[in-house]
Ligand binder design. Structure first.
Ligand code: 3H9
Length: 685
């Protein structure tokens, strides 16, 4: 059966796409749409057309699997032809939108003369998230329909807007009933039959007339930080600029000329890799699809500190009640107050409505009693990172929590198997490692113990989606996937200090690469005293000496850098002098280190550690590591994550680099997997 079918509602031809899961505009859909438009044109009884989709969404865009695939369907019509055919129709065409009209999907809707949408629908041009710009007229039609001011954020951020906002800016002509889309769209179509003319997006000039030519540079400047490093947003701005200065007939090929090199470039390949990697990460290879998912109606969180509070907010925001337990009243009150303040700040910025603050707070039950967790379906512990404490908590939870409840630890390093062994239900125990700040960072590392059951795992992966996280499964080892790989970088960073390479230089090499911050800025943010004790402080380690001097990082206004009250960072003469003194004393100071060496020594050991992690089966697949580093550690997404980047750099080059700098890490063990792949000329993909 064709993916496009048609049926008649009186004078209206209803065209329906049924191409699960998301009605991507693959070849069959494109051909079917053109055929349906021909049917409409050739039938005198048809006076108007409605285009809608079955299933969960309106067209979610071009079929991404066709990209990078040379000429997948050479005989199929291209998307521009489809849209131009729709727009050229003498009979009015109405797009009836539900779910998400994204990318090529919104471009199809823009080619229609009218757009109606259900209230829950979302509309967007997310191509920049794939390193692209709209390539089927989106950059040319959207500003003509909504104006430059509304179009620029949509094409450069890729974030969709709700239908109601769409109606405000003129993108949607009518909001229709949530459950009566087709009937309402048909009624709308009937209401425009017989009108003298119908709006044609590409021919409109009203919204772009008089656009201030300075608006584009002003937008570039205002968004420079957010867009840094990405090629596509700049191309998108240029394309919108073209829409205001050129007729559509010229603008369309100019848009295409900007689109093509992006599609062929490495940034888009990297971002498309991440798109599929994120979806693959949520799948656990050896768990059957029909594994029962446990209902999570109530969550318990132990610890009301920064981590516990952040974790709690995830569930409150998703409408799931949380009982948050602390040992004493004062820290409990502080924790609750911080959560409230965070929500109020978000409301003040207009990101949530004031009533949502109270809705979320209404779901929170603070408690001083672990027994109050008895009816929770999931309990997450975020107490002090010490094995004895964790084991004590899990022993108690085992006795208190109802049978079947999932017991999770937020540990970032400790042995989840040992923690599980302190309960009588290791199948219900796993790690849910949130990243700080837990209410903001999208990454969730799900740590699978040797005895963790399929149900607990599958439920956690599903839950991650519910709370808007990207989850990656890790096996048990010190630091799991994320922190174990990071440790390889930190070790080299510290070694560089002993060679007299200053923190600001090291950090700059990484921020130039695309990280939001370098290892020393990150250490200052996290606190230099993590894991530090007076008794174990090592006077030969720069970091320990800084803590001894109460330079504990941003929180004390001083760490590797100095910080002003507003957290503005400046290099510290004191620290720089100390580093040079250490290097001189040890006789290890060097003056010949290049930025290239710094980059290789910071990143190649990470690739190597990741190789070992894959060999040991700690990560399921290389792309999971990419997902984790992009979402958890700020690895620039346009390089595709560490494994994709290493593969495009060439694994042979990585191995050679590791060998070249081997004297800098005496106990270096190069991953066999990495070496084998390098020898065969393969990548990790
Ligand atoms: C574009 O349109 C370019 C044009 O301007 C110009 C062209 C000339 N294609 O995300 P989910 C798969 S660029 C192929 O888990 P959700 C996805 O891989 C495109 N496949 O569902 C997954 O497969 P699997 C612009 C696609 O409900 C399955 O569908 N559009 C596509 O959480 C379910 O996906 C976009 O960038 C696609 N376009 O979210 C939109 N989309 O089950 C991209 C999805 O095997 N899509 N798949 O893992 C999305 O943002 C989300 O999928 C959506 C649904 C919000 C629609």
């Amino acid at each position: 059966m064709s993916v496009i079918t048609t049926h008649r509602e009186g004078e209206v031809l209803v065209v329906v796409s049924d191409n699960p899961p998301v009605n991507a505009l693959g070849a069959a859909v494109r051909d079917g749409l053109v055929a349906a438009m021909k049917e409409a044109a050739g039938d005198d009884g048809v006076k108007a057309v409605v285009i809608r989709c079955d299933g969960r969404t309106f067209f979610a865009g071009a079929d991404i699997t066709e990209f990078g695939n040379p000429n997948p369907n050479p005989n199929a019509v291209d998307l521009n032809t489809v849209i131009n055919t729709i727009e050229a129709s003498a009979k009015p065409v109405v797009a009836a939108i539900h779910g998400t009209a994204l990318g090529g999907g919104l471009e199809v809707a823009l080619g229609c003369h009218y757009r109606v949408a259900v209230p829950s629908a979302k509309l967007g041009l997310p191509e920049v998230k794939l390193g692209l710009i709209p390539g089927a007229g989106g950059t040319q039609r959207l500003p003509r329909v909504v104006g430059v001011e509304a179009a620029l954020p949509m094409v450069t951020s890729g974030d969709p807007i709700p239908a109601k906002l769409g109606a405000t800016i003129g993108l949607i002509d009518e909001i229709v009933g949530e459950d009566s889309l087709e009937a309402d769209a048909v009624a709308f179509a009937r209401s425009v039959i017989g009108m003298e003319s119908h709006p044609v997006s590409s021919a409109r000039a009203d919204k772009i007339a008089g656009t201030d030519p300075g608006a584009f540079d002003a937008f570039r400047q205002a968004n420079a930080r957010r867009l840094r490093g990405f090629d596509a947003p700049e191309a998108a701005i240029k394309a919108v600029e073209i829409a205001t200065s050129h007729p559509f007939s010229e603008g369309l090929p100019m848009e295409r000329a900007l689109f093509e090199p992006l599609l062929a470039g490495t940034q888009s390949a990297a971002l498309r890799h991440l798109f599929f990697a994120e979806r693959a990460a949520n799948k656990i290879d050896d768990i059957p699809k029909d594994t029962p998912i446990l209902p999570i109606a109530k969550v318990g969180v132990i610890g009301a500190g920064t981590m516990g509070g952040g974790i709690t907010m995830n569930f409150l925001s998703a409408g799931i009640p949380v009982t948050m337990v602390e040992r004493e009243q004062a820290p409990l009150d502080r924790g609750v107050a911080t959560i409230r303040k965070n929500y109020e700040n978000t409301a003040a910025k207009g990101r949530i409505k004031p009533e949502q603050v109270e809705q979320a707070m209404g779901l929170l039950t603070p408690s001083l009693n672990l027994e109050d967790l008895a009816d929770c379906d999931l309990v997450i512990e975020a107490v002090f990172e010490l094995m004895e404490i964790k084991k004590d908590v899990f022993g108690k939870l085992d006795a208190i929590c109802k049978p079947g409840a999932i017991l999770a630890t937020n540990t970032s390093y400790l042995d989840v198997n040992e923690i599980a062994a302190s309960t009588s239900r290791p199948e219900a125990v796993l790690g849910l490692h949130f990243f700080s700040p837990a209410n903001v960072m999208r990454m969730l590392e799900v740590v699978r113990g040797a005895k963790t059951g399929a149900s607990a795992l599958a439920t956690s992966m599903k839950l991650a989606k519910t709370i808007g996280k990207v989850a990656v499964v890790a096996g048990v080892c010190h630091g799991f996937i994320g922190n174990r790989i990071l440790a390889a970088r930190q070790t080299q960073g510290e070694a560089m200090l002993m060679e007299g390479i200053l923190p600001a230089r090291v950090d700059k090499v990484l921020t130039d690469f695309g990280f939001p911050m370098g290892p020393f800025q990150m250490a200052d943010l996290a606190g230099l005293d993590i894991g530090w004790t007076k008794e174990t402080s090592d006077p030969t380690r720069v970091r320990d000496v800084l803590v001894e001097r109460d330079r504990r990082g941003q929180k004390t206004g001083a760490g590797f850098y100095d910080y002003a009250a507003d957290r503005t960072r400046t290099e510290s003469e004191e620290v720089n002098a100390l580093i040079l003194e250490f290097a001189d004393k040890a006789g290890t100071r060097r003056n010949d280190v290049t930025d290239e060496e710094i980059l290789e020594r910071l990143l190649y050991p990470m690739i190597n550690e990741a190789g070992l992690i894959l060999e040991e089966g700690i990560a399921q697949r290389a792309s999971d590591i990419d997902v984790m580093y992009v979402h958890g550690y700020g690895w620039p997404s346009y390089t595709g994550g560490p494994m994709f980047w290493a593969s495009t750099t060439g694994l042979g080059k990585v191995v050679a680099g590791l060998e070249k700098h081997a004297d800098k890490w005496p106990d270096l063990k190069i991953s066999t997997l990495l070496k084998d792949k390098a020898a065969k000329g393969e990548g990790f993909a």
